[in-house]
Design a protein around this ligand. Sequence first.
Ligand SMILES: Cc1cc2nc3c(=O)[nH]c(=O)nc-3n(C[C@H](O)[C@H](O)[C@H](O)COP(=O)(O)OP(=O)(O)OC[C@H]3O[C@@H](n4cnc5c(N)ncnc54)[C@H](O)[C@@H]3O)c2cc1C
Length: 482
Amino acid sequence: MGMKYNRVLVWFRNDLRVRDNEVLVKATLSAKEVIPVYCFDPRTFESTNLGFPKTGSFRAKFLLESVADLRKSLRKLGAYLIILQGKPEEEVLSLAVKHQAQAIFYSEEVTSEERNVDKSLEKSAWAQGIATETYWQSTLYHVDDLPFPVTQTPEVFTQYRKEVEKMSSIRSSFPIPFKLNFPGKDEITSVGELPDLSIYGLEEPKPDRRRLMEFIGGESSGLGRIQSYFWEKDLLKTYKETRNGLIGADYSSKFSPSLSLGCISPRMIFEEVKRYEKERKKNESTYWLIFELIWRDYFRIICKKHGDKIFQIGGIKNQEDSWSRDKSQFEAWVAGMTGVPFVDANMRELNATGFMSNRGRQIVASFLVNDLGIDWTWGASYFESQLIDYDVCSNWGNWMYVGGVGNDPRENRYFNILRQAKNYDRNGEYIRIWIPELHAIKGFDIHQPWELSTANMRSLKIQLGHTYPQPLRKIPTLEKSY
Ligand SMILES: Cc1cc2nc3c(=O)[nH]c(=O)nc-3n(C[C@H](O)[C@H](O)[C@H](O)COP(=O)(O)OP(=O)(O)OC[C@H]3O[C@@H](n4cnc5c(N)ncnc54)[C@H](O)[C@@H]3O)c2cc1C
């Protein structure tokens, strides 16, 4: 069979895997030789206007591990992963020119910084007579299989989900290519080394003994988590009941860091859910994991539909800017020093581990935007820096909805923090893990230290404003209906 190309570069981005990777499969089918490449882009490690790094050390470490793992898997298939540093639109292109590749294959992204890189790469490749081919990856439902054009995507999640579930189907995953034909050793003399975190001014994050689990980047570890969550620990059948938890490794899947960099694909998860339903059990919980993956899809499609609006203060609604930009309150929120224990515990977990539960994310985000009235994009930027599972669409999409600038009216919700505490941390165990200075307060009282009598506090050696902050804002009581 004649091949379309003699040689193709496969540029890896947020698809750091060999299973279910259409780009890799299509490259092996259309070229005699394939050169896989990853490029570390220094722009993604720069400082933001607010002064923290765009990519913090938890995520940077996870990324390095993921690339290292990919390199190993590709080695087994007969290829080397070439590592570059610099702007991909320049470095990947010069590599293609140097090795006379006729085309560059890569995954399509939807948000502006990524798209600008693509556009610029495509343009300069074209000028050199090099073709580019892009493939849609990352979602459960392929964008071409949606029952509406992206521009007509329903704004309300439920409507989106119902239409998709009724009218679309999920494609099967791609197998691992049998073998990659890599050019001869004499031709490719240098494959490049993984950078050190320190070149981006980052330090190796210190493991915190309170962390719920160790996240290790890479396809092997992502697959390992599927294996243990579904099969060894048999937790999928109770996912719906446990998913709002706060403590430990197993209340939810913890697939998000691997999904974000594409170490595993949602389709692989979907196929495992189907197998689990056949071999073990099928119930509301097994469906609910798919339901959550549809949320993830939804944010990606909404981002594709609305372009840059998702990063703008007015969001999709073009809402007027009436936000506060109080730096010292924002910094108290960042540091987990707002004086509201449920908020502070979650922020401290994020700072110490790079992870926070979904419940926690909603609570701290609601407190920042609704109680403090602070610019929601500040919160989103901090999460971008700190989250090990940062995903541009899921993060900015979720923040936009909490900030009330998305289009779904039901998502504009105020969280009564004490009610949340009553429902999800009734005895204050979660607070006791992350706020040792309040440890001595028994039961639910730890959520509202300001309600304790001075005598009581004195006997516990706690002094608000000294050993722990006074609350930045008075929050609604338990009985308040909002
Ligand atoms: C303010 C805010 C910011 C967020 N930022 C991110 C982010 O940067 N990256 C990220 O992956 N998730 C983000 N989420 C969504 C959600 O909190 C995490 O996906 C989830 O907590 C990850 O843990 P898990 O894998 O154990 O989730 P599980 O409960 O096991 O869910 C399985 C998968 O479904 C997807 N998912 C679940 N909930 C959501 C959701 N609300 N939106 C989109 N996808 C979802 C994720 O891919 C997740 O891995 C954010 C949520 C909020 C409220």
